[in-house]
Design a protein around this ligand. Structure first.
Ligand SMILES: [Zn+2]
Length: 310
């Protein structure tokens, strides 16, 4: 039996027909009507109808960035789409007449990796998705952990620095302000402002404002400041993971998201620091830290599989 997974991003809606092995049979894309969030349900229905033609579709899973309630129907708050208490499941079900499950996008990605990607064979997983911020997904005993209200695993908003950097969520010192793509750029801008002589390569590559890709390129060329920013990110990432290990004791961490494409610049140091700061080190097995395997399609594959298991 086939299900459809839909990943609602800030700029595009990616959808795919997915089989029971997590393989995408067919896919389709639509631009996200970002200025009309009330029309997103129509866009999802439209792409589902296109993909359903001539196929027997059992259910639809929809992944979206934001807080999804415990019944997996309502998006309580979405930073990208200005949704507040959006009854997304009801709207889409009415338009397509199929069962619909809505899931937080990072949870959907974690589930896809757990079932079909880097998490295969491990029952206790923490997925850390590093993009502009940090998304999280937790699998405990083979089950996706959502928390009481569906809002668990917002790992990026653990406070790691009291009175630290201002976060988009309104709090200070959140993990994602120290170990994400935005953190990397923030770190490098601070170094450049104080010690521009360390960033000669970077400043040669960058235009007026420094972007993440330029930091990556400069680090690959040996730029001292860019390498320092990646080292800082690696250490913060490792510290957060060690804290999570103290609470959850996972067998494996999976690192994914756009920034993981530059993993060669931080993952070894992350593993070293993690082992050094892990509580109970020397007296416990050390969780392995692996890179995600499913890339950008993980969200829709996970959403489709969660719809199958609804
Ligand atoms: Zn925050």
């Amino acid at each position: 039996m086939l299900t459809i997974g839909v990943d609602i991003g800030g700029t595009k809606v990616a959808a795919g027909v997915v089989d029971e092995n997590g393989a995408i049979v067919e896919n389709a894309l639509r631009p996200t009507p970002a200025d009309r969030p009330d029309l997103v349900a129509e866009t999802v229905a439209d792409v589902v109808k296109e993909l359903s033609r001539g196929k027997d579709i059992e259910a639809v899973g929809v992944g979206a960035a934001g807080f999804v309630d415990e019944t997996r129907s309502i998006v309580r708050f979405a930073p990208n789409l200005a949704w507040r208490e959006e009854p997304l499941q009801k709207k889409i079900t009415e338009l397509i007449g199929l069962p619909v499950v809505v899931e937080n996008d990072a949870n959907a990605m974690a589930w896809a990796e757990a079932r079909f990607g880097a998490g295969r064979g491990e029952s206790h997983l923490v997925c850390v998705t590093i993009g502009t911020g940090i998304g999280g997904g937790i699998v405990i005993d083979g089950h996706l952990y959502r928390g009481r209200w569906g809002m668990g695993a917002e790992l990026g908003h653990m406070q790691v620095v009291p009175e630290g950097r201002l976060c988009g969520c309104g709090n200070l010192g959140c993990w994602e302000q120290y170990a994400s793509g935005n953190a990397l750029v923030r770190e490098i801008r601070e170094i450049v402002a104080n010690q521009p002589e360390r960033a000669a390569t970077l400043l040669g590559l960058a235009g007026e404002t420094i972007e993440g890709e330029e930091v990556t390129e400069a680090a690959r060329q040996g730029d001292e400041a860019a390498l320092a920013a990646f080292a800082s990110m690696a250490d913060w990432l490792a510290q957060g993971m060690a804290d999570l290990a103290a609470i959850l004791d996972p067998g494996r961490f999976i690192v994914g998201g756009g920034v993981s494409r530059a993993a060669d610049l931080f993952i070894d140091r992350t593993r070293e620091t993690f082992e050094r700061v892990l509580t109970g080190r020397g007296h416990r097995p050390v969780a392995d830290i692996r890179l995600a395997e499913l890339g950008a399609s993980a969200g829709l594959v996970g959403a489709a599989d969660l719809a199958r298991r609804r």
